[in-house]
Write a protein that binds this ligand. Structure first.
Ligand code: BES
Ligand code: ZN
Length: 851
């Protein structure tokens, strides 16, 4: 077994930083910076050598100050450890010390450390400089102990030309001008971790408002975009007091800034008091932003604001507990947005957007426990995945269901107070929730956080007895057969039946109970992170309650999800899942259709190279026919938020399955858009582009490409870029991908082009060849999350030949950052191939029957 990173490797045993005083002098012409830093620290034991993290920095000089006596250090770089050693002639004693360091560094092109971002102003390309420190970018900007445990107080000053704005975590308290430059000084930060610091410099416009308790909230944008900032400001202004009350702790800073950055790796980043985000994650254009995108912006604001408490105030001890940040924020997103927009029904969407997404990844052999293991520093990035985010959020939902919201909230308040300005680990949270509620939280949750995967409950009825058994769920037979996992989870189940809801705790491998009702839906509300597979009899009994909606939309959705996943994993026959769908044609719920569309698409994808595809498409068209009629193309005054989302899902499915009238209508609307974009509703523009591309050629490609180049709104650009990769003509997909490497596409968006091409059955092979051909460039341009997500796109591949290519390529290009992603992709491709082989005949027979 490999060792996890020790405190010594993390540089936590010698130097304990207390405070940093830092002056930064960025130059936006040479894209370099210089800095002067005073680090005040406790030296834990006498030594002649101290080590700080530093990477890509040049240290000009370092001087230790001890009782007014200065000692200059001999400087050695340790490139591999990303650190620098300072050696002194005389031993320094174990006490409070000061180290003064002068250094220089680079404002780079990669979207981490301190980097430049571009925008156009009056036809001219302009630059701004911004930082991204999570996880280990701070060491590229100043020497420090770059570790979540090494919290300190930071006092930052930035010297810049007078016409620029400087933003950092706190409020600016003084500005001194000299020689055309100004030095902006910021108030000291609270005690905090390095990864949540931020320094942003450029030309900005902003709008502002104060919360009732006097916190100044501002949204910054590059020049000309001020009119798109209002939605995010409004959300933040309402959410900040809401969270203060929910968490029982006032927001500790006088200011909260949200800054839209044109070039950004992730979606958004929770720097304390200075949240940075992609434009499409923060900006809303009254005319052009879709309902789905608006929802995303609300989610982003709610997520990052949660981090002001979960992450910034209380921080995980080490990245292995990353889920404490991200799982929590992913849960609280829904609490927050539900407060802003109760009419959006966010908890229904939770079941699709988080619960289901988490289950997909967590069904692989190559998943990981929520409490992850990190063998080396490069692997941190890998755990920013659906397990930390969505499974984390799902098991929080499970705890809330177990404790009740009020008790949960009290427990959280206790936890946050206890660990404020400090660090915690998973067990500390369970202890806190347990102490306040008096319930055995830890016993329930242990297996869900410490073990990989999640349970499947097998339900079988004989006579009047219900037999339940549990085992770990796998989405492929091959992975299941390899596994020796014998975990027994504690599985609390709400059980819905004809006229009552009951509770049952399955905590053994097998159990049974008597039944006296006609139908039964286990895991009512899908609050427990487990799946259920029913036997043929029980599934049959569910047909009526599905059709007459006697079970809730979340439950109807859960039955679909588990039935299809059971087919994929070889637990139940595929025709059972397909036949079940016939009982959903009267369905009207957005989340149910979204799941159905996803699951049906998976099989469409499987069949994409087979002769069965035509018959399958005809089958799915029939499923979507009735709902297609009912949603129509026109927005109705009576439409709810979910109706609008539903329309997109249904029409894009009908287009995908080649419904003629849908294709015709999309083409008409595309012609209208060419004349006047605003004549077509923004919520369906994306599908109009996609269907036009799926059924178009060279001419449409040129038109879309020109639209992409001219467009300034990031979200609209993405809709068009996505469509560019959906042409059936492989040479056009190739052109789209080549275009993605041109100056017209920001490196943050390249991954979207590749993923979209992987989604296109006719583009898959081209996408893979493109990835291999440009591997090094892509690694360079997409350092960070991008590459990891992008290769996941290849999981849709169903070709023996490509599968061999991919395995060979991965073997030849090992990369610690992508190790897990590569294994996950290979596992999924192998599973696709095995599933197709296994079920092709059964699907053919089913399609023949259902004609
Ligand atoms: N802390 C993350 C940003 C991040 C991600 C930093 C990966 C470093 C590596 C941030 O809080 C986050 O989770 N952002 C999400 C948006 C959110 C709405 C799910 C993102 O970027 O997708
Ligand atoms: Zn987050």
């Amino acid at each position: 077994m490999a060792m996890n990173m020790t405190l010594k490797e993390r540089l936590l045993t010698q130097v304990t930083p207390l405070a940093y005083d830092i002056l930064l002098m960025p130059n936006l012409e040479t894209f370099t910076f210089s800095g002067e830093e005073t680090l005040i620290f406790t030296n834990k034991k006498p030594t002649k050598k101290i080590v700080l993290h530093a990477s890509h920095l040049v240290i000009e000089k370092a001087v230790l100050v001890e009782n007014g006596v200065e000692q200059e250090a001999k400087i050695t770089y340790n490139k591999k450890e990303m650190s620098v050693s300072f050696e002194f002639a005389k031993t320094i004693t174990a006490e409070k010390k000061q180290l003064k360091i002068a250094f220089t560094g680079i404002i780079g092109n990669k979207l981490r450390g301190w980097y430049k971002s571009t925008y156009i102003k009056s036809g001219e390309t302009k630059y701004l400089a911004t930082t991204q420190f999570e996880e280990i970018g701070a060491r590229e900007v100043f020497p420090c102990i770059d570790d979540p445990m090494a919290k300190a107080v930071f006092t930052i000053s930035v010297r810049i030309p007078e016409n620029l704005t400087a933003i950092s975590n706190t409020i600016d308290v003084a500005t001194n001008k000299s020689n055309g430059l100004k030095t902006v000084q910021f108030a000291p930060t609270p005690k905090m971790a390095t990864y949540a610091l931020a320094f942003i410099v450029g030309e900005f416009e902003y709008i502002e408002k104060k919360t009732p308790s006097g916190v100044l909230v501002r949204v910054f944008v590059t020049p000309g975009k001020k009119s798109q900032a209002g939605f995010a400001l409004d959300a933040a202004i309402k959410l900040l007091p809401f969270y203060e009350k929910y968490f029982g702790i006032a927001y500790p800073l006088p200011v909260l800034d949200l800054i839209a950055i044109p070039d950004f790796d992730a979606g958004a980043m929770e720097n304390w008091g200075a949240i940075t985000a992609r434009e499409m994650a923060l900006l809303v254009d009254a005319e052009q932003t879709s309902a789905a995108n608006k929802q995303y912006v609300a989610i982003v604001v709610a997520h990052e604001l949660t981090h002001m408490w979960f992450g910034n105030l209380v921080t995980m001890k080490w990245w292995e507990d990353l889920w404490l940040n991200e799982g929590f924020a992913s849960y609280m997103e829904y609490v927050g947005v539900n407060f802003l927009h109760p009419e959006w029904n966010m908890w229904e969407q939770f079941a699709v957007l988080d619960h289901n997404k988490a289950m997909r990844l967590d069904s692989l052999e190559n998943t990981h426990p929520i409490q992850a293991k990190i063998k080396n520093i490069e692997q941190i990035t890998e755990i920013f995945d659906e397990v930390s985010y969505s499974k984390g959020a799902s098991i929080i939902q499970m705890v809330v269901d177990f404790l009740g919201e009020e008790s949960f909230q009290k427990g959280l308040q206790y936890y946050l107070k206890k660990y404020a300005y400090s660090n915690a680990e998973t067990n500390d949270l369970w202890q806190a929730l347990g102490k306040v509620s008096g319930k055995k939280v830890e016993d329930l949750m242990q297996t869900y956080t410490q073990k990989p995967g999640h349970p499947l409950v097998n339900a079988r009825v004989s006579n009047d007895t219900m037999h339940l058994s549990q085992a770990r769920f796998f989405s492929s037979i091959e992975s299941r057969e390899k596994s020796k996992d014998a975990t027994a989870w504690q599985i609390p189940l709400h059980i819905a039946s004809e006229n009552k809801t009951t509770e049952f705790l399955l905590d053994k491998k097998e159990d049974s109970f008597p039944i006296d009702f006609s139908w039964i839906k286990l895991n009512k509300g899908e609050t427990t992170f487990a799946r259920v597979i029913y036997d043929a009899e029980l599934i049959k009994r569910l047909e009526v309650p599905i059709k007459n909606k006697a079970i809730s939309s979340i439950d109807r959705m859960g039955v679909v999800r588990d039935s299809f996943d059971a087919a994929e994993g070889g637990y139940a026959p595929v025709e059972r899942a397909l036949a079940l769908v016939l009982h959903y044609t009267d369905e009207s719920s957005y989340i149910v259709w979204a799941s159905l569309a996803g699951k049906l698409n998976k099989i469409d994808n499987l069949l994409s190279e087979t002769k069965l595809r035509i018959a399958y498409q005809a089958f799915v068209r029939k499923i979507f026919a009735k709902i297609g009629e009912s949603v129509g193309w026109e927005k109705q005054a009576s439409d709810s938020h979910e109706d609008i989302l539903l329309r997109s899902v249904v029409l894009s499915s009908l287009g995908q399955y080649k419904d003629n009238s849908t294709i015709q209508k999309a083409k008409e609307l595309f012609a209208k858009i060419e004349v006047d974009k605003s004549s077509v509703d923004t919520d369906i523009r994306g599908i109009v582009y996609a269907i036009t591309a799926e059924n178009g050629g060279r001419e449409e490609f040129e038109k879309l490409k020109n639209m992409y180049i001219k467009e300034t709104l990031s979200a609209e650009k993405n809709r068009i870029g996505n469509a560019l990769c959906l042409f059936e003509d492989p040479s056009l997909v190739q052109r789209a991908l080549d275009f993605s490497l041109s100056t017209h596409v920001r490196s943050q968006d390249i991954g979207r082009f590749i993923m979209s091409s992987f989604d296109n059955p006719k583009g898959r092979e081209i996408a893979w060849k493109f990835v291999t051909k440009h591997w090094d460039i892509l690694l360079e341009k997409m350092e960070g999350m991008g590459m990891d997500w992008m290769i996941q796109g290849a999981a849709s591949i169903v070709s023996e030949e490509l599968s061999d290519d991919i395995k060979e390529f991965f073997a030849k290009h090992p990369n610690p950052k992508l190790e897990k992603a590569m294994k996950q992709v290979v596992e999924q491709i192998e599973s696709n191939l095995a599933w197709l082989k296994r079920d092709q005949d059964a699907i053919a027979a089913f399609l023949l029957d259902s004609k």
